[in-house]
Write a protein that binds this ligand. Structure first.
Ligand code: RIB
Length: 311
């Protein structure tokens, strides 16, 4: 693989509570299990891309707490380049995740150290990396928006392709859309980014977004995903798989898309791989433990190639 994958994003520790259903406001509910595992959209995407064979560098901020030590060690074991990871005093990012028996989740994130990732750090690291047009930069919205903007702008200056997984969506991120080449969002985020309500067909929402970003990808969970460019309108149906936990499915999807770009794959193949990567992830519990390795992805694609439709 000629290019490198640079991820500029968050590192979290996920505290996952297994619950029979989501608690109602004011209700106390007993969890049936708890696990503490590596997460954060930036770290998850870095791990997923590394497991799919990319050379990955992560620019991120972790805390001075024991959880952050664990996160550092895990990321190092995945073979990710951590030269530009900064450590700040206090807690690292924390996510409280409720996961139901149906595999649905609800996530609340406390930024912790992620809030310390600033423009100067991102700029300094990216200047040292000397990116080029073979490379891909992947970022999300769990870090301060000026850091995201700096990552996208510097990537653009170097000719690297810029992927923005715009989650969790915030309206102030609208300005960032002009700096990315590929926007990856779920259906809710697509509506938020387009500034439309819940009644328009998602195809129409995606069509509005592609007027602002060259490539728009909308993940649709069990329904698969849409990919739009000025000339292409693709839909890939997801394989039917048992759902254990949907956490990090979007991260696996996004990383697989990035790795396909690094490998020079066409959009059709990139979309197929991304949908399969997401599907493999929902079959297992937790964020990073559920992310697939390349051989699993290749085996899955070989046994059940996915159907692409044009619309
Ligand atoms: O995308 C899943 C991730 O979202 C979790 O790992 C959690 O940390 C939050 O960032």
């Amino acid at each position: 693989m000629p290019g490198r994958c640079l991820v500029v994003g968050s590192v979290n520790t996920d505290i996952v509570l297994a619950v029979p259903r989501f608690a109602m406001p004011g209700e106390t509910l007993l969890a049936t299990g708890v696990s503490v595992i590596g997460g954060g959209k930036g770290a998850n995407q870095a791990v997923a891309a590394a497991r799919l064979g990319a050379h990955v560098t992560l620019i991120a901020a972790i805390g001075g707490d024991p959880f952050s030590d664990l996160r550092y060690n895990e990321l190092e074991q995945e073979g990710i380049d951590l030269r530009f990871l900064i450590r700040v005093p206090g807690l690292g990012g924390l996510a409280l995740i409720e996961c139901t028996t149906e595999g649905e989740n609800r996530i609340v994130v406390a930024a912790g150290a992620n809030a310390a990732l600033d423009v100067a750090r991102v700029r300094g690291a990216m200047q040292k990396l000397e990116l080029c047009s073979d490379d891909v930069v992947l970022t999300q919205l769990e870090i301060p928006l000026p850091a995201v903007e700096a990552a996208l702008c510097l990537a653009g200056e170097s000719g690297a392709r810029r992927l923005l997984n715009a989650t969790p969506w915030k309206d102030e991120a609208t300005e960032l859309l002009q700096w990315c080449d590929v926007l990856i969002v779920n259906a809710l985020e697509a509506r938020q980014a387009a500034g439309v309500g819940g009644v328009e067909p998602i195809e129409l929402v995606a069509t509005q977004l592609v007027e602002r970003v060259p490539v728009v990808v909308v993940t649709l969970g069990a329904e698969g995903a849409l990919l739009l460019t000025e000339r292409k309108r693709l839909r890939c149906r997801a394989p039917r798989v048992p759902v254990v936990d949907t956490t990090a499915a979007g991260d696996a999807f996004t990383a697989a898309l990035a790795v396909s770009l690094l490998e020079g794959e066409c959009w059709e193949e990139a979309l197929r791989r991304a949908v399969w990567a997401g599907a493999l992830t929902v079959g297992r519990a937790g964020a990073q433990p559920s992310l697939p390795f390349r051989r699993e992805l290749e085996q899955a694609i070989g046994t059940a190639p996915l159907i692409l439709e044009r619309w």
